[in-house]
Design a protein around this ligand. Sequence first.
Ligand SMILES: Cc1cc2nc3c(=O)[nH]c(=O)nc-3n(C[C@H](O)[C@H](O)[C@H](O)COP(=O)(O)OP(=O)(O)OC[C@H]3O[C@@H](n4cnc5c(N)ncnc54)[C@H](O)[C@@H]3O)c2cc1C
Length: 406
Amino acid sequence: MLEQDDFMALSKMNFDSSEEQRLVLEQVDRACREIRPIEEKCYLERRRNEMVKPIFGKAHMLGLPISRKYGDGQGADMVTYTMAMERIGREGTGVRTFFSVHIALGQLTIQSWGNEEQKQSILPGATKGDRLLAFGLTEPNSGSDPASLTTSFEEKDGKFVISGQKTWISNGSIADSVIIFAYPKGVREGMCAFIVDKKSEGFSTKFIENKLGLPTADTSTLYLDKVEVPKENLLGPRGKGLPVAYSGLMNGRLSVAAGCVGVMQDCLDEAVRYSRVRVQHGKKIGKHQLVQRHIGIISTNLEAARWLVLRAAFTKQKFAENPADVELRDAADLAIAKAKYYAANASFDAANRAVQVFGANGYSFEARPAQHLADTRVTSIYEGANEILEQKIALGALGREFEAYS
Ligand SMILES: Cc1cc2nc3c(=O)[nH]c(=O)nc-3n(C[C@H](O)[C@H](O)[C@H](O)COP(=O)(O)OP(=O)(O)OC[C@H]3O[C@@H](n4cnc5c(N)ncnc54)[C@H](O)[C@@H]3O)c2cc1C
């Protein structure tokens, strides 16, 4: 039983960074320093940051966990990839969301489920940033329950013809290819996944305005009106759309959790920096014990979240090395759910506390904590809303026979 072995498995985790990890983290740190002033400017102007792709492409970050066989893939393990996502998360949830979608939901899904021809056709360009990816699962009437989606496909003249609408799709307007999930027309079973070229006739997009946060990231609605997709673009076995979606979400969730740890680190750094200089009641506010309380709580939750995320990444890496091991898959799924659930909530709390430490000066988007407060709110909604993860985590303890939907 894996649960019983957990303690022993933990003791086998190596907490020292390898030379390879250090090199990757140095590269990602340089790119993050370069993106920060640009991201801050774009944030205040509320426009998409177009420099993410070129700056991180130059740092070889766009295909970090993808096999070296494909283009600029760096073959990084999941722990290294997760540490890079944490560092990127410090720059903001908008920047990190781009990576979660382009790499975790997009490239890793194609690397896991695609045939060699599909991988050769998509991954080299994706790892270099020449082909951006998005993941189209959510629809206006189908979110937490993806099995209820209504986008459908028919087979005509040796092609798939897809019609439907996807919404709240990250990278939706900037992507070149989108993984689209659809049922055969008139049926509510046998969901399939397709790699759809966005230039296809009948495919259009609309940018979603007025979001609460993530002003520098693209989130869009996609419209598919009889879009023709070649037969060879079916991703994974016919009828296995849901397992394809769930495996993508597992990777996506891990990167969201890591990004939240980065958000918490930035909130801590900002709160510490500010409370060392701001003076009230004749002393630096860092000397007031109730301000120290905020900093102590952020710091403790940060450490807890970071270990949960590293442990989840370690388990995911073991599953990546043994993809047929169903117990390992379930262990990784559960560890990732816990890490994402905890880190998402803790990052919002950290941003809220950092705003409090800043006082009125935190109540402006010119302060980084205010940006994090607005942006990290989404992390307990997307890639598994809190309520869905709470149920998944509870079932890990209760057993599947307690499944609420059966
Ligand atoms: C900025 C942003 C980016 C996104 N990017 C993508 C993307 O790239 N690709 C993509 O496919 N989707 C994306 N999404 C969509 C996201 O995955 C969904 O919002 C999420 O799955 C929740 O679905 P919903 O919003 O329709 O909420 P609903 O499913 O309508 O849920 C509403 C509320 O009810 C709760 N609820 C639902 N069912 C249950 C239940 N059984 N028990 C208890 N509570 C329940 C939910 O937890 C939630 O609190 C994005 C969303 C946002 C906001």
